[in-house]
Design a protein around this ligand. Structure first.
Ligand code: BT5
Length: 266
């Protein structure tokens, strides 16, 4: 593929027919943020499984009001609406499902292996390829709905884009080829649909194990930066609620709750 590919929402919807996730695709050529649009749709009663897609975002968001940058018509900007029957404490499972779905779709469609970096990033060749932003509404300690936003760099290039040039990567940067965004979206939503069934049952242990299988930092030295505090140790695993287990050189284990932290691989 040498030309920019067009996103074809009806084609995507058709390919996903019979599945819950992706049963309805709401497409915008340009929007401020697919997460914002999906949240408004959910508040207006959109059903579980609806997906918002855009070719361009004018105000793409990361966590803590950070900015998500993308190039018009080149990347994947998607937000999945789900209404899980889960306690709010289990919300991290949705981020896990999305992370694994992205890794599996890229492996299937592009034959590229990437890894999950706790808590919400997908990395390739040591650089950030994809970010996930899960936001939702809680009613009486249960999740009323969640919006899972996925920003995946596909055919854009990071060259000449300031700090992104050294810290971020696209599939095209890594492979030298353009990739079919619609095929990737279909594979990703199919995987999310499968993982949703696994991840919403029981304690979510099977999902946790799958996540750990793709996690790039387990068994490696990491440092956790929280303001001026730095904790260094080996990442040992993840708790069912998404907290990271880090073991210091003394053998003492710390449970790191996902928040305004940054994790670096040493
Ligand atoms: C994230 O936040 O990584 C979550 C990003 C989620 C974006 C999607 S796009 C569809 C949906 N609609 C939205 O409005 N958002 C979601 P965080 O962990 O806070 O990382 C944000 C940081 O990643 C920024 O401060 C930059 O340093 C970096 N960044 C920005 N754009 C990037 C890109 N295209 N590729 C890699 N890194 C990027």
């Amino acid at each position: 593929m040498t030309q920019p590919d067009k996103l074809l929402p009806q084609h995507i919807e058709k390919a996903l027919s019979g599945r819950t996730i992706g049963q309805r695709i709401v497409y915008y050529p340009c929007i401020d943020s697919t997460n914002r649009a999906a949240r408004d749709l959910a508040l207006q009663g959109a059903s579980h499984g609806w997906v918002v897609l855009a070719d361009e975002q004018s105000a793409g968001r990361g966590r803590l009001d950070r900015t998500w940058e993308s190039q018009a018509g080149e990347d994947i900007l998607a937000s999945i609406i789900v209404c899980p029957q889960l306690p709010a404490a289990d919300s991290f499972r949705l981020t896990m499902m999305a992370s694994i779905a992205v890794v599996q779709a890229i492996e299937q469609e592009c034959a590229v292996t990437c890894g999950i970096k706790w808590p919400n990033d997908i990395f390739l060749n040591g650089k950030k390829l994809c970010g996930i932003l899960s936001e939702g509404r809680i009613d009486h300690d249960r999740l009323a709905f969640m919006v899972i936003g996925i920003g995946l760099n596909v055919n854009s290039s990071m060259q000449g884009r300031g700090v992104l040039a050294s810290e971020a990567i696209s599939l095209r940067d890594a492979t030298g080829q353009r990739h079919d965004r619609s095929a990737l979206i279909i594979a990703m939503l199919e995987a999310f649909d499968r993982l949703y069934a696994i991840g919403t049952e029981g304690t979510g242990e099977n999902l946790r194990r799958l996540w750990e299988k793709h996690a790039m930092m387990l068994g490696r030295m990491v440092s956790i930066h929280n303001g001026n505090d730095i904790l260094s140790g080996i990442a040992r695993g993840i708790m069912p609620d998404g907290s990271l287990i880090v073991q210091e050189a003394t053998g003492r284990e710390h449970i790191i709750v996902c928040g305004d932290l940054s994790l670096r691989l040493e």
